[in-house]
Design a protein around this ligand. Sequence first.
Ligand SMILES: NC(=O)c1ccc[n+]([C@@H]2O[C@H](COP(=O)([O-])OP(=O)(O)OC[C@H]3O[C@@H](n4cnc5c(N)ncnc54)[C@H](O)[C@@H]3O)[C@@H](O)[C@H]2O)c1
Length: 268
Amino acid sequence: MSEQRIRVIVTGAGGRMGREVVRMVMDDPELMLVAAVDPTNVGIDAGKLIGTEPCGVIVSDDLELSLVESRADVMVDFTTPHTVLMNTKLAIRHGVRPVIGTTGFSPSEIEELDKLSLEKGIGGIIAPNFSIGAILMMKFAAQASKYFPDLEIIEYHGDQKLDAPSGTAVKTAELISEVRKEHRQGNPIEHETIDGSRGGYYNGFRIHSVRLPGVFAQQEVILGGFGQSLKIRHDSYDRAAYMPGVNVAVKKSMELTGIVYGFEHFID
Ligand SMILES: NC(=O)c1ccc[n+]([C@@H]2O[C@H](COP(=O)([O-])OP(=O)(O)OC[C@H]3O[C@@H](n4cnc5c(N)ncnc54)[C@H](O)[C@@H]3O)[C@@H](O)[C@H]2O)c1
């Protein structure tokens, strides 16, 4: 029975998302936690990280050794934008399928990872957002942008977030750009009296990143038309909201070749 379980290594296991992933993996009889990597919490049993009984998997800071020794099938990474590229390349090099939640990738980096995984004959998933509600928000916004091409994205996250705009905002902007006709909105001669006050520019529309303590993760897309506006908004309150998506991604990754970018590809 245990031979058929998907062997999972969690990188960033000591982090806020990583701990949720450790819990999700340990709770699913189809998955097996085989290694946990994080430069913090080294030497601690992964079970202790989530406040349960010891599970025999000790947190390490050596990803390469863990990849080799654990014979993992899948690596789930929720670390930092600075480390995720290196972690993902290392996993692919060792034939371990990446399921990546860490945000901050550039399109060329995703392309490079896709090429590497195709060469290795394995697949993986990079998703800036694994929550089903957020995916629907993105899809609905893209659908609405066909009819309301004037829009702005406002995303809200905690003040310690490293990248801006959020990966979800970038993904939303990309999905909108796939269906919204080329459209330059706003006054062509507007100017900012304070730099950055109109937000980041993306294909004719703007993205605004709010960073405040106490905020978890929210996004709204505001679409404006003559005499009306439409707001599409998603609020996440708890990291557990991402885990059903991560669980599906771990299982789906076993069937893929190449990198799928975006969890929306798994939701009809
Ligand atoms: N895709 C999604 O659905 C989703 C949802 C929430 C957060 N995120 C993203 O996940 C990432 C992590 O978020 P968080 O709130 O858990 O952050 P966090 O700071 O709580 O955790 C990050 C962890 O990574 C560890 N780490 C750093 N470098 C490492 C390395 N080289 N190897 C292994 N571990 C390393 C840190 O020690 C830390 O414990 C961020 O990029 C965030 O934007 C994605």
